[in-house]
Design a protein around this ligand. Structure first.
Ligand code: HEC
Ligand code: HEC
Length: 322
């Protein structure tokens, strides 16, 4: 292990420092700041990565998830989260705030519906407002939408429940429940300034246009050097000394299952390229993003029991896992 690679723990427990050890690219080193500072570091990094959507590289495109019914000629609109002052008073405002709490503390708030330790916002970063990280701004106006994966037209709550069942390795919410109402209320508030039927710039994940052939052995090296400091050498993530959420798992029994979009190579590489390492997005090359994604998606993870039901009328993507 070189000076620029990361160790998962030191004599006094996990430590972290940000440095430019290779003179070119910032790397995360575990060194001289105690674990309590990790929380602060994560928050600072999350805030620093909120400074705006990253510029598209020549080989990336902003094309995102399938949205065939959206009028492409009218083009995407800028992604802007609404001002918090626009959350109304009264029961609707309470539902919006409750929805925000549910999506940002999902495992803690909805233990009967979540089979891992993730939050919705582990992937839909910054409360679902980050370009290239599956933003929910505008999502209310583009559903219902046909999806090849289940071969039918999906309402927004069906799409949300897909992420409960796969990304959260859990169980659907009753579409009639107050909790589903709160999540939809939050997304509706986020979408308030986006015209119905229009997509925002940076919807979905910023797909890499010409996928390179991944090198999993090199991906392991990238993982150890650039990811393990936060997500753990064993991929299980990290918690605070009090046991609270800090860094989410990338594989293992507390991660997303095989049916999740993030288990697919193209999706995982796109997410990583645009968003990770947290606070240093767009520093990995496309090749490195593919290498490291190929490494972590193939870690052991929960199975997807209803695999046989997916893509009933074709359209299975080449990187599907089953
Ligand atoms: C492990 C990562 C992960 C987690 C956790 C996760 N999702 Fe997703 N979500 C995805 C991926 C991947 C997609 C598909 C994006 C694409 O098609 O490009 C997606 C898509 C969506 C969409 C559709 C977005 C669009 O533009 O069409 C919604 C809505 C959504 N998720 C809601 C949620 C909710 C609510 C939760 C928590 C219950 C959640 N997600 C948890 C990865 C995740
Ligand atoms: C500085 C800490 C840090 C580093 C380094 C880092 N991540 Fe993350 N990562 C996070 C945090 C924090 C989240 C969740 C964001 C949230 O909850 O707001 C996350 C989320 C993720 C997710 C989606 C959630 C999940 O658990 O599946 C993936 C995938 C991911 N990171 C992959 C990587 C990869 C690959 C690398 C290395 C190239 C990396 N990360 C480096 C902190 C980090």
């Amino acid at each position: 292990m070189t000076a620029s690679s990361a160790r998962a723990s030191g004599p006094d427990g996990p430590r972290i420092v940000l440095s430019r050890a290779d003179g070119v690219r910032p790397v995360v080193l575990l060194a001289s700041i105690p674990l309590s500072a990790l929380v602060g570091a994560a928050i600072t990094l999350a805030v620093s990565s909120a400074s705006g959507p990253p510029a598209a590289s020549p080989t990336s495109s902003l094309a995102a998830s399938p949205a065939a019914h959206v009028d492409a000629a009218s083009g995407p609109v800028p992604l802007r989260a609404p001002d918090r002052a626009s959350i109304p008073e009264g029961p609707l405002g309470e539902a919006i705030r409750r929805g925000e709490q549910l999506v940002t503390h999902t495992a803690e708030e909805l233990p009967d519906h979540v089979g891992n330790d993730l939050h919705c916002t582990s992937c839909h970063l910054q409360g679902g407002t980050a370009a290239g990280a599956g933003p929910w701004v505008g999502v209310v106006g583009v559903f219902p939408e046909f999806r090849a994966r289940n071969g039918r037209v999906n309402t927004l709550d069906r799409r949300i429940n897909d992420c409960f069942e796969r990304s959260m390795n859990g169980r659907s919410l009753d579409p009639e429940s107050a909790d589903m109402g709160a999540i939809v209320a939050y997304m509706t508030w986020l979408s308030r300034d986006v015209p119905t039927g229009r997509e925002v710039e940076g919807r979905g994940f910023r797909r890499i246009a010409h996928p390179p052939t991944p090198d999993r052995a090199h991906g392991r090296e990238v993982y150890v050097a650039q990811c393990a400091a936060c997500h753990g050498e064993d991929g299980a993530g990290r918690r605070t000394p009090e046991g609270a959420y800090l860094f989410p798992a990338l594989w293992g029994p507390r991660s997303f299952n095989l049916g999740a979009g993030m288990a697919r190579l193209d999706t995982a590489a796109a997410f990583v390229r645009a968003n990770m390492p947290l606070g240093q997005h767009d520093t990995l090359s496309e090749q490195e993003a593919y290498d490291v994604a190929d490494y972590f998606i193939h870690g052991d993870r929960p199975d997807w029991e209803r695999a046989a039901e997916d893509w009933p009328s074709g359209g299975r993507p080449p990187d599907a896992r089953y």
